[in-house]
Design a protein around this ligand. Structure first.
Ligand code: AVJ
Length: 322
């Protein structure tokens, strides 16, 4: 890991072990059982996600990067000069780098990311590449209301960058709530640049979540490894399997951890029974038509002002305004 420049201070609001324990207890008591996808992103989970992005079947990242390579200049022009760039779920920062390279005199970069290691690594890298841009990292769950750090000079607008089709991890009502929250956080005249995966052939989508090398399987199962370590649960990792299926009606990948046998799992003083073949829901990855997404944005009080796509229309980068 590269050295941390001294003047970068992380605003740390990372959820603690008690929060995780409570989330897991509640999720395992629910019917059907479910755990939130943000629990994927511990240090190993973030590294496995980066590895997923390299898999030949996982078209999303590669396509979004190609769109950015082609249109980052136009996107930056759309945002204009003196913006404060707030990024949700900042991950590795490759796409951010492409955007920052084209932005004129950005006021600050504010990455909001739940994985502390992923946040520190990407911000350290960006700080050396863009020494004149103040870095204000926030380690937090972006689905919770945020207090943005005080800007060092007043921006012309706050632009929110939400790449990766992370929005697809939320059911419509939650996605609308998050978009509404972003709408409130950006200033009047602000905007949201959001990466949105598009509906396409079901087999192509399904393959992206079932790569031949099994990286996605390891990523899914790592949630249990993490919970065993962090909250002292006793999930039998070999007693669960990864299952990701495309639900064409709902337009989403539904990922489950399926119990391969009857078994009990202990979390603190509680015991949770799993039936053989019982599915525990861990992730949605929603896919949209341009129309679906425009409607959802509309529900959040936003309208789609611009859309950039690759030639095959696999993926889109969209600009939303009030
Ligand atoms: C983090 C939302 C971009 O849903 O496609 C990848 C996470 N899960 N493979 C997605 C993920 C399984 C990913 N995003």
């Amino acid at each position: 890991m590269s050295a941390q420049p001294k003047d970068i201070r992380v605003d740390d609001r990372h959820p603690d072990v008690e929060d995780t324990l409570e989330t897991v207890r509640r999720g395992l008591a629910a019917k059907p059982k479910r755990l939130p996808s943000r629990l994927f992103y511990d240090e190993r989970g973030s590294a496995l996600f980066e590895a997923i992005c390299e898999q030949p079947e996982y078209y999303l990242t590669r396509t979004e990067i190609a769109i950015m390579r082609e249109h980052a200049g136009d996107i930056a022009d759309t945002l204009g000069p003196d913006v404060r760039l707030v990024e949700y779920g900042s991950g590795s920062g490759i796409k951010t780098r492409m955007l920052l390279e084209h932005l004129r005199a950005p006021v600050a970069y504010v990455p909001v990311e739940i994985s502390r290691t992923a946040l520190m690594e990407s911000v350290a890298d960006l700080a050396t590449r863009f020494p004149s841009v103040p870095m204000q990292p926030v380690c937090a769950d972006f689905t919770q209301p945020l207090r943005l750090p005080v800007a060092t000079r007043s921006p012309r607008r706050t632009a929110i960058y939400f790449p990766g089709s992370t929005i697809g991890n939320f059911e419509t009502k939650d996605a609308v709530r998050i978009l509404r929250q972003m709408r409130a956080e950006m200033s009047d005249g602000g905007g949201i640049i959001v990466g949105v995966d598009l509906k396409k052939d079901a087999a192509e989508i399904e393959a992206a979540y079932n790569d031949a090398a099994g990286v996605t399987r390891d990523f899914t199962l790592n949630m249990l490894v993490r919970l065993n370590r962090e909250i002292g649960a006793d999930f039998d990792i070999d007693g669960f399997r990864h299952r990701a299926r495309y639900n064409a009606m709902a337009g989403r990948i539904e990922t489950d951890l399926v119990s391969t046998k009857r078994q009990d799992v202990h979390v603190g003083h509680d015991t949770f029974a799993f039936r053989e073949d019982e599915a525990m829901h861990v992730e949605y990855s929603c896919k949209y038509s341009l129309d679906d997404f425009a409607q959802m944005a509309h529900k959040a009080g936003l309208s789609v002002e611009k859309v950039w796509m690759d030639e095959a229309r696999r993926f889109s980068v969209q600009y939303l305004v009030r």
